[in-house]
Write a protein that binds this ligand. Structure first.
Ligand code: NAP
Length: 455
């Protein structure tokens, strides 16, 4: 008999785990993939920037996985509210959590929650058509936006804010976001890194794109590129990311400004200490930093010199953070499920892969190896007889029917996908996303009552 496994979360880690499980013949495995959204693919659909269509192409591999015998999808099913971990553990031989990191890290500074100060994750979800974020109103009526952080999400936000109407047109950015970005009076997007150019977390291809935009140009002050001995040594040690980033930054510093309508200014060694404003964001106060060695890590230490930077919008892009799920062990400090190689500690037959296992780092492909490690241990446990037989008289679909939940099956997602692609075609866009719960559910499971958890 096949081992029944539930995978919670349908992003890259979920699909890589499903693929590895469905390839097993000792034991053979059936996978039910569950997602709180009506749509699969996680951050590939709702995180990857709309102008990075080539990165989204990984979804073709996910489609192949979904076509394997034994795969089923249950969208619009939230674990923790619609169904509980305990219910799943009764129905499945094993439960694998691949839920990612659902919230943003906080800065912990005064003014962080002033209107006009947003987590970058919300901005990303808004321009990508996440149905929970379409009511947000990003006021882009400002000349300067400050993006805090030096990772790839910060770069994505800075670049998206800098795209012209022509650059946005062939993407699947939502219409309201594309219109707001193209029409905004933004002249300067300021990215603030708390450490130096060698420690920046963004990657060279993303940095390179900033120099290739139609309506915006990168601005770097050569004085910001001076290196302390520790950074010089780090540059020597990392000839790939750090060296290529540094070379690009030097090239940008040497460029004569062309006077393009928007500027993306990259600054280093500055930390925000307060977000200022009466009713809403008016400025960011920063402190200048110097780099010091802290137990072998190059860390930023404030010098005491401060500066106030006027701006009308702040995007805080300092990383994602995992959130706990009822009934499943969680480590607050790391924002992950405590685990050894993907076996969740303190919970029977429970596993984790992706960001909820290792924290929010790495690129999409990183999750393949990560998921393979988890699946190898799961299959080892199955072969050792540790994944007890389950209640075969019950099924998830019967449980959901009992609860009156309308779920979206894989065929329902395919209907959403087809509708979106058809809407995109006349406009030469990959798709026009359905960005409301109503639109997604009526296309994904036909007309009728909205699912109970939305009532
Ligand atoms: P990230 O790469 O971890 O970057 C977070 C940034 O925030 C770092 O520069 C960090 O600086 C800074 N930071 C943290 N706390 C701060 C504070 N209190 N004050 C000021 N700055 C602070 O996270 P991310 O950008 O959210 O990206 C998450 C993952 O997704 C990464 O692995 C990323 O590469 C990946 N991603 C990839 C792509 C792509 O491939 N195109 C696109 C988006 C995301 P320190 O280094 O000093 O801590």
């Amino acid at each position: 008999m096949a081992l029944k496994v539930a995978i919670i979360g349908s992003g890259p880690a979920g699909f890589y785990a499903a693929d590895a499980l469905l390839r097993s013949d000792d034991p053979p495995v059936e996978v039910d993939m569950i997602d709180r959204l009506p749509t699969p693919w996680g951050l590939v659909r709702l995180g990857v920037a709309p102008d990075h269509e080539n990165i989204k192409a990984v979804s073709r591999a996910f489609e192949k996985t979904a076509a394997r015998p034994g795969f089923r999808f249950f969208g619009n099913v939230e674990v923790g509210s619609t169904v509980s971990h305990e219910e799943l553990i009764r129905l499945y031989g094993a439960v694998v959590y691949t839920v990612g990191a659902q919230t943003d890290r906080r800065l912990g500074i005064p003014g962080e929650d002033l209107p006009g100060s947003w987590p970058a994750t919300a901005f990303v979800a808004w321009y990508n058509g996440h149905p929970d974020f379409q009511e947000l109103s990003f006021d882009l009526a400002t000349e300067r936006v400050v993006v805090i952080g030096n990772g790839n999400v910060a770069i994505d936000c800075a670049r998206m804010l800098a795209l012209t109407a022509d650059e946005l047109a062939p993407t699947d950015t939502t219409d309201p976001a594309a219109e707001a970005i193209a029409a905004s009076p933004v002249r300067e997007i300021l990215m603030l890194g708390r450490r130096g150019p060698v420690q920046a977390a963004f990657t060279p291809p993303e940095l390179k794109e900033l120099g290739e935009l139609a309506g915006a140009e990168p601005i770097v002050d050569a004085n910001d590129l001076g290196l302390d001995p520790a950074s010089l040594a780090a540059l020597e040690a990392d000839r790939d990311r750090a060296k290529r980033n540094y070379d690009l930054l030097q090239e940008y510093a040497g460029r004569e400004p062309e006077g393009k309508p928007r500027r993306i200014v990259l600054r280093f060694l500055v930390s925000p200490v307060a977000i200022l404003g009466e009713e809403r964001v008016e400025a960011v106060e920063v402190v200048h930093n110097e780099l010091v060695d802290e137990d072998g890590r190059i860390a930023a230490r404030p010098t005491g010199e401060t500066e106030v930077i006027p701006c009308g919008l702040v995007l805080r892009s300092v990383g994602y953070k995992g959130v706990p799920l009822p009934g499943v062990p969680f480590d607050e400090q790391s924002g992950t499920m405590p685990n050894e190689g993907g076996r969740v500690q303190g919970a029977e037959r429970t596993y984790a892969a992706g960001w909820i296992k290792r924290g929010p780092s790495g690129v999409i492909g990183t999750n393949k190896k990560d998921a393979a490690e988890t699946v190898a241990l799961l299959l080892e446990d199955a072969r050792a007889g540790k994944l007890a037989s389950v209640d075969s008289t019950q099924s998830l679909e019967a449980l959901l029917d009992e609860k009156g939940v309308r779920y979206v099956e894989y065929a329902g997602w395919q209907a959403i996908d087809a509708a979106e692609r058809a809407a995109g075609e006349p406009r030469s866009r990959p798709r026009v996303k359905l960005a409301s719960w109503e639109g997604l559910l009526s296309t994904g499971c036909g007309p009728g009552e909205l699912a109970s958890r939305r009532d």
